[in-house]
Design a protein around this ligand. Structure first.
Ligand code: R5P
Length: 282
């Protein structure tokens, strides 16, 4: 087996190759003076089971992913699995207003013709995985890895910031061995969310808020403020995909005692790897 790491997740690709006992392919990734991308795979993939690890975020990585796919097609490989650690555009999984695209479907259409199998990680909506028709597709859950990290840090309670992540919070809390609950969120716009006041007994506790994505931080900031209002002693924000748009990390600091994310998007808060979860599924 040979792993090809796109430029979006080099550490995750190396960890995955290590978990699988696979070779990490040598690659060249650069940009032409006009801004167009260029990739080259420097090892032969002939007769190999190939695993490409590449995000579809930010937009330049979509092109890089497509270029890698085309380069892979030049070899006589055995099987091609595409791992998309962070599936960009997953949140526009339906039309919210007339005239909009279903962006997640556009991504699926662009990518599905190449691999034999696609693996996403903690994708925003499982229904997006079901859109893949030309190849097999499955979503990998990183809850075991997130729970492992939170157990190591030590938390007493796990909270989902909205009903949508309730199941995740339940699974993480089971992994840690503590209770869980959820808050009720209303999204006003892309930057603003409202959390309904709720009575949860978190007084003096070390509480973890878990979510799939932290983007602007609006969801976590509002949820953390509510938990502090309820008397939480320590608030830890944990997510799989740390996007941290609009200086979110600096805005999260005053209300969260710690922020952590996985290595699907490598950044200063990356504290756990989803490589074991991907390796188990592969
Ligand atoms: C929404 O349903 C997601 O699970 C996240 O809560 C959301 O994407 C976070 O975005 P932001 O950090 O901008 O509030």
């Amino acid at each position: 087996m040979i792993v090809i790491g796109g430029s979006s997740s080099p550490k995750l690709s190396a960890s995955l190759a290590n978990e699988l006992g696979a070779t990490l392919a040598r690659t060249e990734i650069k940009r032409f003076p006009d801004g167009e991308g260029y990739v080259r795979i420097l090892d032969s993939l002939d007769g190999q089971e190939v695993v490409l690890v590449s995000n579809t975020h930010p937009d330049v990585k979509i092109i890089e992913t497509l270029l890698f796919c085309d380069a892979i097609e030049e070899f006589q490989y055995e099987k091609f699995t595409m791992v998309i650690p962070y599936f960009g555009y997953s949140r526009q999984d339906k039309k919210f207003n007339p005239g909009e695209p279903i962006s997640a479907r556009a991504m699926v259409s662009a990518l599905e013709m190449y691999p034999d199998k696609v693996l996403t990680v903690d994708i925003h909506a499982d229904s997006t995985v079901e859109l893949f028709e030309a190849c097999e597709a499955a979503n990998v859950s990183g809850v075991t890895e997130m729970a492992g990290k939170l157990k190591e840090i030590g938390v007493d309670f796990v909270v989902s910031p909205d009903e949508g992540r309730m199941k995740t919070a339940e699974l993480v809390s089971k992994g840690v061995g503590v209770p869980s609950d959820y808050l009720v969120k209303e999204r006003i716009d892309g930057n603003t969310v409202k959390i309904e006041p709720k009575s949860i007994d978190v007084a003096g506790k070390r509480v973890a808020i878990v979510d799939d994505i932290i983007s602007t931080g609006g969801t976590i900031i509002t949820a953390a403020s509510e938990l502090k209002r309820l008397g939480a002693g320590t608030v830890i924000a944990a997510c799989t995909h740390g996007l941290f748009a609009n200086d979110a990390l600096n805005r999260l600091r005053p209300c969260c005692d710690r922020v952590l994310s996985s290595d699907t998007i490598e950044n200063a808060t990356t504290a756990f790897s989803v490589a074991p979860a991907i390796a188990r599924t592969l």
